[in-house]
Design a protein around this ligand. Structure first.
Ligand SMILES: *[C@@H]1O[C@H](CO)[C@@H](O)[C@H](O)[C@H]1NC(C)=O
Ligand SMILES: *[C@@H]1O[C@H](CO)[C@@H](O)[C@H](O)[C@H]1NC(C)=O
Ligand SMILES: *[C@@H]1O[C@H](CO)[C@@H](O)[C@H](O)[C@H]1NC(C)=O
Ligand SMILES: *[C@@H]1O[C@H](CO)[C@@H](O)[C@H](O)[C@H]1NC(C)=O
Ligand SMILES: *[C@@H]1O[C@H](CO)[C@@H](O)[C@H](O)[C@H]1NC(C)=O
Ligand SMILES: *[C@@H]1O[C@H](CO)[C@@H](O)[C@H](O)[C@H]1NC(C)=O
Length: 325
């Protein structure tokens, strides 16, 4: 048993390159307290805000903390967590995703000795050493869905962040739990054309944003929390809404965009301002800010949205679209 762990960890040491990691791994190779087999060190990340942890689904504090203990804890749940992180010598955190509030740090920021084995490192002050679980049976890292039924992903928006009120005004309880599918279906059944998923478990619906979209656009990576009822999907975050729009009823072409009919009328008077243009800004601009996360596979899929801007046919249109009133 021990020999197999030693073998697995010594193999990992060959793969990793960073100076601190190397020291850690060389030591770990001879130490059965290294992270369990199937778990791979992905980096040292910031964890500066106790109100919004980098890994926030579960946690334990144990003076005998080691990477082995933490990865065992996070892998022990009915649905094993994708990420485990040690911090401040004795703490352990688990999540399905690395939250968008985190940034990747130099590995040297995670240099505190582990409480249970001082030859290993367990994070730092405001810094968490994160391992990813690649064991069989572990689900995918949660992601957005470009399209669900008649709904199209629109982006990530803030909710009720002062001085703004609630972004969407109708809240629903969903039988069986909130997922992208169940919440969009709930909104559609109740006649709404905007769906917002928040904090892993809230379902919001509306016909319009109560605040101009340009004022509440958030980086895609902000919406980083797994849906509690489907850990493979993203459901916003604290004060963040993953937003989906109901496509117009009759769209025969393959375009999934929500842009309503503008192309048909070349004259296009100012009228069709619509709320939709909002969507455009979000993905492109903000994405680059949060560099670190290798986890967020979501980003690429979402880029579909910006297509709405294009419409080269109508020369006048482009100018109007950008300025969301
Ligand atoms: C994981 O589960 C096993 C079996 O239930 C238990 O013996 C062990 O103490 C658990 N480990 C942790 C770290 O919770
Ligand atoms: C990390 O910190 C070490 C020590 O200060 C430094 O030598 C190294 O260049 C840093 N690495 C990066 C990627 O910044
Ligand atoms: C672990 O799984 C993730 C998601 O499938 C993948 O991106 C990553 O490369 C894997 N890491 C290793 C070390 O296999
Ligand atoms: C999509 O909308 C059409 C027309 O309103 C409706 O008949 C169909 O059931 C909807 N599909 C889904 C998956 O909700
Ligand atoms: C939603 O429906 C309202 C009318 O109830 C309409 O004004 C608005 O443009 C629609 N929004 C979208 C995104 O389709
Ligand atoms: C939206 O942002 C604009 C520009 O910053 C500002 O003038 C306007 O007051 C904001 N509107 C709301 C409702 O917050």
């Amino acid at each position: 048993m021990i020999s197999s762990i030693v073998l697995a960890t010594s193999m990992l040491s060959v793969v990793l390159a960073g100076p601190v990691e190397l020291v850690t791994r060389l030591t770990a190779a001879a130490n059965p307290n290294a992270a369990l087999p199937g778990w791979t060190f992905v980096g040292c990340f910031s964890d500066n805000n106790p109100a919004s942890r980098t890994l926030q689904e579960h946690n334990i504090d144990n003076p005998g903390m080691t990477p082995a203990l933490c990865t065992e804890f996070c892998g022990n749940f009915t649905t094993p967590l994708n990420f485990a992180g040690t911090e401040f010598t004795s703490q352990c955190f688990c999540d399905f995703n690395i939250q968008g509030t985190a940034t990747r740090l130099n590995d040297t920021a995670c240099s505190f000795p582990c409480g249970g084995d001082s030859t290993l490192t367990c994070g730092g002050a405001g810094a968490v050493s994160i391992f990813q679980n690649n064991n069989t049976g572990v689900g995918p890292v949660p992601a957005n869905k470009a399209k669900v039924g008649n709904w199209t992903f629109d982006g990530c928006f803030t909710d009720a962040v002062a001085p703004n009120p609630r972004t969407l005004l109708e809240s629903f309880t969903v039988q069986g739990g909130v997922t992208i599918e169940s919440c969009t279906a709930q909104c559609e059944a109740n006649g709404f054309n905007i769906t917002g998923l928040e904090f892993g478990q809230e379902c919001w619906c509306g016909h319009t944003f109560s605040v101009p979209a340009a004022n509440i656009t958030a980086p895609l990576t902000d919406c980083s929390r797994a849906c509690e009822a489907n850990h493979a999907e993203l459901c916003g975050a604290a004060s963040r809404l993953s937003v989906y729009l109901l496509a117009p009823p009759v769209v025969s072409s393959g375009t999934p965009t929500a842009a309503p009919t503008t192309t048909a009328k070349p004259t296009t008077t100012a009228a069709p301002t619509t709320v939709v243009p909002t969507t455009t800004a979000a993905p492109t601009t903000v994405a680059p800010t949060t560099t670190a996360k290798p986890t967020t596979t979501a980003a690429p899929t979402t880029t579909a949205a910006p297509t709405t801007t294009a419409k080269p046919t109508t020369t006048v249109a482009p100018t109007t679209t950008t300025k969301a009133a």
